[in-house]
Design a protein around this ligand. Structure first.
Ligand code: NAP
Length: 313
């Protein structure tokens, strides 16, 4: 099976490559050979490769900067996937679009996870760009079995820019770490998500996804609801338990209002994953367990910062 993977040097892209199933050839695309701002050139590559699947992990993911770089964010997150989806539909392949909890405003009551069918209501440019792509893809694939949107949230892994690496590195420098405790969601390991992507692609009863789910949307997160402050506490405790962290800075809970940022974030973004679990016959793991697995893959490197233990950089 031929897979064209965009954003292959991003954190999810790398996990997908790491967990590549047998008999799968990945065409690993990144900015150097597949600049998503140059859509005509990307379309040429898609035609030449003629993949069975495109997994679209390439994205403009800087949520705050997107507020001032709207045009770029919209091109990468909306116009490019829309054009790729149209092309793959014509070629007869399939498209897996990775989307986000930021398509929602987070105004729901806690303990009422978002269903795949709930109305999108993004708060900022990043969310708008990803929600616009979802709408376009639903439209393009409405009468076919060729497109799936997989929403996820709060990705963490041993490489790239993510909350886990930020908190680990703050342990090396700070005596105090302030973390918001009023945004509720579920962290998701890049490895859990990559595993689920491959399960979807190789699902025998693939067409069931569409009979049970008219809008072609699936959700995936690791299990459990939490907040960033609790995750930071857990990173600190587990890190010390496995001997990765030596320092013990004070972790202090703060409110989002005390940590001003350019973009607003949803205050509640737990996604209901029941449908995906039943389709894949897979329950997933609790976020604490996947966090521990990631921490075991990490070390302090010679630059005196935390990074992946393996060559998986
Ligand atoms: N991170 C999260 O917490 C989170 C949560 C929910 C959903 N998601 C979604 O999950 C997917 C994967 O996210 P991630 O965390 O793996 O993001 P990431 O680490 O930022 O990776 C995104 C990749 O896209 C590439 N990219 C950006 N602009 C590009 C362009 N013009 N042309 C080609 N490639 C370009 C980036 O390349 P450069 O490194 O060169 O910029 C990067 O390798 C995205 O669709 C994201 O929206 C992420």
């Amino acid at each position: 099976m031929k897979i064209l993977l965009t954003g292959s040097k991003g954190q999810l892209g790398k996990a997908l490559i790491k967990l590549k199933p047998p008999y799968t050839k990945i065409y690993a695309m990144d900015r150097s050979n597949f600049d998503m701002l140059d859509i005509p050139s990307c379309l040429k590559s898609i035609k030449t490769i003629n993949p069975d699947w495109i997994i679209n992990c390439g994205a403009y993911t800087n949520v705050d900067l997107a507020e001032s770089e709207e045009e770029i964010a919209m091109k990468v997150n909306f116009h490019a996937p829309k054009a790729f989806a149209e092309e793959i539909k014509t070629l007869g392949g399939r498209f897996l679009q990775i989307s986000t909890d930021y398509v929602f405003d987070g105004e729901k009551k806690i303990h009422t996870p978002y269903l795949t069918s709930e109305k999108r209501s993004p708060l900022g440019i990043y969310g708008i760009s990803k929600a616009s792509a979802e709408e376009a893809l639903e439209d393009i694939f409405q009468n076919s079995f060729q497109g799936i949107i997989l929403r996820t949230s709060w990705l963490i892994g041993p490489v790239g820019k993510n909350f886990l690496l930020t908190i680990l590195n703050l342990h090396l420098k700070n005596k105090e770490i302030k973390v918001v405790n009023d945004q509720i969601g579920s962290p998701t390991s890049t490895f859990s998500l990559a595993k689920v992507c491959w399960m979807i692609i190789f699902l025998k009863e693939f067409k069931l996804i569409f009979s049970q789910n008219k809008n072609r949307i699936l959700h995936w997160q690791d299990n459990g609801e939490t907040n960033w402050y609790e995750i930071a506490l857990k990173i600190s405790a587990l890190g010390r338990e496995i001997g990765l962290i030596k320092n013990n800075p004070k972790i202090i809970p703060i409110k989002t209002s005390q940590f001003p940022s350019l973009a607003r974030r949803p205050s509640y973004s737990v996604l209901d994953c029941k449908l995906t679990k039943s389709l894949l016959n897979y329950e997933g793991m609790d976020w604490e367990a996947t966090l521990k697995e990631i921490l075991k893959k990490m070390e302090i490197d010679d630059k005196n910062s935390y990074s992946s233990k393996s060559k998986f950089k």
